[in-house]
Design a protein around this ligand. Structure first.
Ligand code: NAD
Length: 498
């Protein structure tokens, strides 16, 4: 069986704690790999390696840093397929989807290649007589990243390329459910010339995370995962004096107005609800159908759901793969089984699916629930599986009130041909990322990604301009070169500009 270890100080480090976790091929249900779980001592070794590397990396020229990043971009580009295969083997998503994930991660590396322009400071000359003021951004030190299972390569790539481009050094703790892709992207960074210790990977569970949160040499923490853990991470890291961005879970709503093109809306609802088996934080999990749109839209979604091809992610014919674990599949299925008793209409029930030849895989068919009451568990909880809820509303006002009543605020979309209604929605909806006829509005690398309310704890979003702000701190330098003729004289008053 394959073992996934740690990556510390530029080399593989075998797990020394004696604790390991299982990694499965979700398409077969078999354990293929064991992943080392780091002890406090192993986390300390990774942080020490990062701290040692910080002095020279933070003072390396921008030219030297970007030379590494450009080489890294080329290597990742050349190895897209290999990384995507690692993702499919442990996460289960279909190969084409895994390639999409790598492409979106690459966008952030490309952004990081432009770091000289992003780090340019500001200068004001002659703010007072012979006085200039410059604003600079400097790195923080050692920063940590903790990432979820559902984007095992992309979410790490949201974080460390920009963090190291800004001059920080990094310790990554990937998901223990599918750790191989993150380890591979870290090895490739070393191959691109990133000096030893600048990027370290510790694998493990809560023990490793808590040590990073408490460690006095870790200056900041980027976290992406579920809401309860995000909330706990933020408060613990803040209590230890760290800067934190903790992105949490979601329940993304797609509002369909009666004037929308319903075939277009149905295609997009299906793709965004069931892509990656619904295991995306930007998945559409609720369609809010207004007025007459409802019956026709549900019919069109159900027709399309019946035609979806579900199978192993390695089969090019598969459109949707399995879920991450048997436990998660059972949990997702329980929402579908409990929905009717809580007042929903089960239009499509995917819980009985078996995939021939893959009977032990963690497959679940797609489910469609209509007229879901807002107090039903299927509406209230983040299911994180291939289950789409439809909620009916009579008017736009009723629909927006319902969406804004959700505790989450990651993404939201409106489907309409009415520009005025779309504009109102953009301004009124309480979510960090909004799509207009775009169901999964994940921002490009040079804008920032983040939600509102229980979808993000902290102030700054990830990557894009907010990523640069998060991974740097401001410094303002005020300089005077006095005319020798003017030197002299004591003034105890507060300095005034003149
Ligand atoms: P998770 O919260 O279970 O785990 C995320 C990370 O936290 C993992 O590395 C895990 O090892 C660690 N962790 C788990 N329990 C911990 C604990 N008690 N203490 C400290 N660390 C702990 O999330 P997941 O199941 O891997 O990922 C799915 C979740 O992530 C979903 O809720 C999804 O919406 C969310 N997500 C959000 C975004 C976003 O951008 N907002 C993106 C991707 C995923």
């Amino acid at each position: 069986m394959k073992t996934v270890n740690h990556w510390i100080g530029g080399r593989a480090a075998e797990g020394a704690s004696g604790r390991y976790g299982p990694v499965y091929d979700p398409a077969t249900g078999e354990q293929t790999t064991r992943v080392a779980f780091a002890s406090d001592g192993e986390v300390d070794a990774a942080v020490a390696a990062a701290r040692d590397a910080y002095a020279s990396w933070s003072t390396a020229s921008l030219a030297a840093r970007t030379a590494v990043l450009f080489r890294y971009r080329e290597l990742l580009d050349a190895r897209r397929d290999e990384i995507a295969r690692l993702i499919t083997a442990e996460h289960g998503k279909v190969h084409a989807d895994a390639l999409g994930e790598v492409a979106r991660g690459l966008e952030v590396v490309e952004l990081a290649c432009g770091i000289p322009a992003l780090l340019k400071g500001e200068l004001s000359t002659q703010v007072s007589t012979r006085v200039d003021v410059a604003s600079l951004r400097q790195p923080l030190g050692v920063v940590a990243g903790v990432t979820p299972f559902n984007f095992p390569a992309m979410v790490p790539l949201w974080m460390f390329p920009l963090a190291v481009a800004c001059g920080n050094t990094f310790v990554l703790k990937p998901s223990e459910k599918d750790p191989s892709a993150a380890l591979r992207v870290a090895e490739l960074a070393a191959e691109a010339g990133l000096p030893d210790g600048v990027l370290n990977v510790v694998n493990g569970d809560r023990t490793a995370v808590e040590r990073l949160l408490d460690h006095p040499d870790v200056a900041a923490v980027s976290f992406v995962g579920s809401t309860p853990i995000a909330r706990a991470i933020q408060s613990r890291a803040v209590a230890h004096g760290k800067r934190v961005q903790a992105l949490g879970g979601a329940k993304n709503h797609m509002l369909v107005l009666p004037d929308a093109d319903l075939d277009f809306a149905a295609d997009n609802a299906i793709s965004a609800a069931y892509g990656s088996a619904g295991e995306r934080c930007m998945a559409v999990s609720v369609v809010v159908a207004v007025g007459a749109a409802g019956d026709e839209l549900v019919k069109k979604i159900a027709e399309r759901a019946a035609a979806l091809r579900i199978g192993p992610g390695t089969d090019p014919a598969s459109e949707m793969g399995p879920l991450i674990t048997a436990e998660h599949r059972a949990k997702v299925a329980s929402y579908v089984r409990g929905a009717a008793a809580q007042g929903a209409e089960v239009v499509v029930d995917g819980t009985g699916l078996t995939v021939p030849g893959h009977e032990n895989g963690f497959f679940l068919g797609v489910s469609l629930l209509d007229r879901v009451p807002v107090d039903a568990d299927a509406y209230r909880d983040e299911i994180f599986g291939p289950v789409l809820c439809v909620v009916r509303a009579e008017t736009y006002d009723e629909a927006i009130a319902l969406i804004n009543g959700s505790k989450w605020g990651n993404g939201a979309a409106v489907f309409t041909r009415d520009g005025g209604a779309a504009r109102r929605f953009q301004l009124e909806v309480e979510a960090g990322m909004v799509g207009v006829n775009v169901p999964i509005p994940v921002p490009v690398g040079y804008h920032s990604f983040g939600g509102w309310k229980d979808s993000l704890f902290g102030d700054l979003h990830v990557y894009g301009p907010d990523g640069v702000r998060f991974y740097t701190r401001g410094k303002v330098v005020t300089t005077r070169w006095p005319d020798p003729a003017e030197v002299g004289g004591v003034d105890l008053g507060f300095p005034r500009n003149h």
